[in-house]
Design a protein around this ligand. Structure first.
Ligand SMILES: Cc1cc2nc3c(=O)[nH]c(=O)nc-3n(C[C@H](O)[C@H](O)[C@H](O)COP(=O)(O)OP(=O)(O)OC[C@H]3O[C@@H](n4cnc5c(N)ncnc54)[C@H](O)[C@@H]3O)c2cc1C
Ligand SMILES: C[S@@+](CC[C@H](N)C(=O)[O-])C[C@H]1O[C@@H](n2cnc3c(N)ncnc32)[C@H](O)[C@@H]1O
Length: 619
């Protein structure tokens, strides 16, 4: 976790950094300075307006990427969003990549932003989605009018975070940099040559940079990093500011027309289709069943689980960031009609060993209160609306939704064509395209193919070397009654959900192969009895109205397979093996694929991308 900014507020209601002893904004006119130095300094009004109007098909979506050192309270970001809304063509996409070492605490962010009423339309969505202060990469898609802005926040030191995001060779490029650290005298880290060299690595020949500072250190570092700079008139009270350009870097090729075929219409396929369509790809989705979400994703209710680990390991980092990303993602889709129920989850400490684990998790310092809170049985009972006798860990960001509703929501997009009842059986690479043949005799061509067909991956010879393990899973659905109604998800080794249209789901996690549905039903009740015997007795008197059995697919290292299959097969990607965490993992893996295919800032650093790469399992 990072430390929040330590602030002193002056009489004008403006924040000062207690650590750096510097002001955040011009005392005269904060927004005026932002416009003069950063927007006009990078000529954004003309560059945004000059992005080609996107015709509906088949042009790739136009995009622009801004990078900022020192996100602060996001005033530059919000001012850029306003300019984007006013000048960029409809359908174009703004990516905004910003580094921040000491994020504002939520209350202080609100305190500052409410003063800028002219930005209220933009600050509302930012305040609603802004991550807590967990270190790492946080990507949020914010919608204003018909515009989507993709904000990638790097929480940590700018040099370390940008280097971690880029890996060995950055796939994305920034079009304009805002250098907005505190004064170089008090915040030297943000102005030095090694950091400018990092900026250079993800810049191109038309990249510009601007800053309010004209310090000698900065000018010589810019020169050494290969930028040419120019002094311009500064904002009120400052004689000069700097703008800069890169010398000799090649410009990037304009965006091209792009098509992708996705195979499999479960959570992985539909989320990937949505993320790519949002990035301007023309998506064709093939699903062999008659309906979407009818195999592994066919449950009535799926739970957004959090599996916290106490150690700082790559696996734990991925799981945590996937969970945070997913909760934010579903929150952001809810106002657009997604029936997402963020009711929270109570992990019940059914024995002393489990309770000691809760203590270790809480004391690990990895999770703040926005993510998890220890709770005694009384407070937990009040939240759940049933009598619990054990202490719990409460996860306020968890909830449940119907995977079928989510898949319908994802694919209801003008950029996506769904063919159900279409089984892909053969993949062939032509000179530049992939040809996908279906068992019904149809075939189609696309620039890229993404396999999201879970346990059926082995149907394609290209994938037979991958170690995919599929295990049976079962959920029993009961009619709910006053006695069995819970307000939050209850979770232990099994789980019970709140009711949906008078029905609730009881599931478990461990199954012995070959056991009957009835054996598993009794086991689910036993697991529930450990959490709450009253609830188990109540459901035990009923027969389930429905029992759902499906396969959960995973790899031996329990990480999904996401990314390019193999360097020798360009354009062939995977998004499979989500185990029992499809709801938590698919939003971030879909966003990752959209960034990999579109060369935009990814939602995960290189080490975590490597953890998911299918190429970790060699042929
Ligand atoms: C009983 C049970 C309970 C679960 N509970 C939860 C939960 O509460 N929370 C949670 O997060 N996760 C849960 N999971 C796990 C979760 O459901 C999975 O992680 C998720 O559904 C995986 O989605 P997917 O898209 O990868 O696979 P699937 O949903 O299986 O989708 C793969 C799709 O590919 C299609 N397909 C296959 N081959 C082809 C082909 N050749 N051509 C065209 N289409 C093809 C299939 O028909 C299928 O629709 C549960 C799983 C089970 C089985
Ligand atoms: C002047 S403020 C930025 C104001 C911001 N651009 C805005 O529009 O609200 C400078 C910011 O740089 C951040 N910062 C300082 N050192 C940093 C570092 N090494 N890495 C990332 N951010 C840093 C500070 O925490 C502070 O929020």
């Amino acid at each position: 976790m990072l430390t929040n900014a330590r602030l002193n507020w002056d009489d004008q209601g403006m924040p000062h950094s207690a650590d750096h002893g510097d002001i955040y904004y011009s005392q005269a006119d904060a927004l005026g300075e932002s416009t003069h130095v950063f927007l006009n300094g990078n000529e954004l009004p003309t560059r945004f307006a000059g992005l080609a109007e996107v015709s509906t098909r088949p042009l790739m979506r136009q995009r622009f990427t801004v990078g900022e050192l020192g996100f602060g309270a996001g005033l530059n970001f919000l001012n850029t969003c306003r300019l984007w809304r006013d000048t960029a063509p409809a359908g174009a996409m703004l990516h905004y990549l910003a580094c921040e070492l000491h994020p504002f605490a939520q209350g202080e962010l609100q305190r500052l932003l409410q003063q800028f009423t002219e930005l209220a339309e933009f600050s509302g969505p930012l305040l609603a989605a802004c991550p807590d202060h967990t270190a790492g990469v946080h990507q949020l898609a914010l919608r204003f009018d018909h515009h989507t802005v993709m904000l990638t926040l790097l929480y940590g030191d700018a040099h370390a975070m940008l280097t971690a995001l880029m890996g060995e060779t950055p796939d994305f490029r920034v079009d304009a940099w805002f250098l907005d650290g505190f004064s170089p005298k008090v915040n030297p880290d943000l102005w030095q040559l090694p950091l400018l060299q990092v900026l250079r690595r993800c810049s191109h020949g038309n990249t510009t940079l601007s800053t309010y500072s004209v310090s000698t250190t900065l000018r010589s570092a810019l020169k050494a990093a290969g930028f040419t700079f120019e002094k311009r008139r500064g904002f009120i009270g400052k004689r000069h500011m700097l703008t800069a350009r890169l010398v000799g870097a090649p410009p990037i090729a304009p965006a091209a027309s792009r098509t992708v075929c996705i195979i499999g219409g479960g959570l992985a396929g539909c989320s990937t289709a949505h993320a790519l369509a949002e990035s301007g790809w023309q998506v064709t989705l093939l699903e062999k069943a008659d309906n979407l979400a009818s195999a592994g994703s066919g449950n009535l209710q799926a739970v957004l689980h959090c599996k916290p680990g106490t150690a700082h390991s790559a696996d734990n980092d991925f799981n945590l960031h996937a969970y945070l990303h997913a909760s934010r993602h579903y929150d952001s889709l809810q106002p657009r009609g997604l029936p997402w129920h963020r009711c929270g989850m109570l992990h019940v400490g059914t024995d002393s060993e489990q309770q000691r684990r809760f203590t270790r998790i809480h004391q690990s310092g990895r999770f703040n209160e926005a993510i998890l809170q220890p709770m005694d049985a009384r407070a937990a009972s009040a939240l759940a609306g049933v009598e619990l006798t054990h202490p719990c860990l409460y996860f306020p960001l968890s909830g449940w939704l119907s995977p079928a509703a989510l898949c319908r929501f994802y694919t209801d997009h003008p950029g996506i064509t769904v063919h159900s009842g279409a089984t892909a059986e053969k993949l062939q690479r032509t000179a530049t395209l992939w040809e996908v043949s279906c068992t019904n005799g149809n075939s189609l061509q696309a620039d890229a193919v993404i396999l999201c067909n879970a346990g059926d991956l082995f149907d394609f010879p290209q994938c037979r070397h991958l170690p995919l393990i599929c295990n049976r899973g079962q959920v029993d659905v009961y009619t709910s009654s006053a006695a069995s109604s819970v307000r939050t998800i209850l979770c232990g080794q099994g789980y019970l959900t709140p009711a949906s249209d008078g029905q609730q789901s009881l599931g478990g996690s461990y199954y012995v192969e070959g056991t009957s549905n009835e054996h598993n039903r009794l086991q689910h009740l036993q697991l529930l009895a450990r959490m709450d015997s009253g609830l188990a007795n109540e459901l035990g008197t009923k027969s389930p109205v429905h029992q759902r059995v499906g396969q959960r697919c995973q790899t031996p290292d329990r990480m999904p397979l996401v990314g390019a299959l193999d360097a020798t097969l360009p354009g062939l990607y995977l998004n499979v093996a989500h185990g029992s965490n499809g709801l938590a993992r698919t939003p971030i893996t879909a966003a990752l694929l959209a960034s990999l295919l579109s060369n935009t800032p990814p939602p995960l650093p290189a080490t975590l991308r490597a953890l998911l790469e299918p190429a970790r399992f060699r042929r």
